[in-house]
Design a binder for this molecule. Sequence first.
Ligand code: PAJ
Length: 283
Amino acid sequence: MIIFKKAKDLQNHLQICRQKNQGIGFVPTMGALHDGHLSLLTYSIAENQVTVCSIFVNPAQFNDVNDFKKYPSTLEQDIFKLETNGCHILFLPNVEEVYPEGFDKKRHYDLGYLDTILEGKFRPGHFQGVCMAVEQLLNIVQPGRLYLGQKDYQQCMIITKLIHIMGWQEEIKIRICPILRETDGLAMSSRNMRLDEEQRVQAPAIYNTLLFVKGKFGKESIGKLKKDAAERLHEKGFKTDYVEIANAATLLPVTDNEPGTDILCLAAAYIDGVRLIDNIMVN
Ligand code: PAJ
């Protein structure tokens, strides 16, 4: 695996790959890699001659300074995992490399209602920050395929929208990959590393609550399901930002079972200071 810290060096290398007609797959991450990240890598390696993974903890997307400060960093292990899983290139830029003009020089992306619902509502500015980093990274890497995890469902929709805003939809194909879970159902996440033993035991309640909603979907009213789900999380010691039942194509809340529509249950909740998100298709 080759590690590039400078955008220019990476671009020069990728230019040669393109001249050889090699397809480029890209897996952007913030590091603290787990098997969920590595599954995206495996999809990319299977479909492209060259796979680039980036590790960049993007300061622009943290609406909570403490969350940024406490974001786990395990670079040595990350490099080992990438290497043993067959990654070709690691891009490891610093903040100046991604934001030569500074990251507080904010650009605004017209993301519409998607920017203000669910994650956007509880993490104001988060998706603007995600778009800033992803635009810069895509500009540098210019991949043919981009690999994203369904775990961050709304982020997948936002990045799809960003690619349309930038007019890159012909060049960059998005691959949305399934959620990888621990054996007890907890969705893998870098933030899980911050859970202590007791919190780790409580954490799968978020997935169990989603399974509860899926099990009762169509048998109870949506209003009651959301209320019961929030109560279950509360009983398990979570502070809930939201439990929503939404149209999977638009993320807008649904009020009926709307046959023929794919419907998703999404939740975000804190165990003490650690914020976890998850989602599941319910029909
Ligand atoms: P990060 O949280 O590191 O996630 C990187 C990618 O891994 C995202 O596409 C995410 O959805 C995917 N992922 C995370 N957990 C997963 C799981 N359990 N199963 C499958 N895929 C999973 O998301 C970000 O970083 C950043 O916002 C980023 C897109 C890199 C922009 O800064």
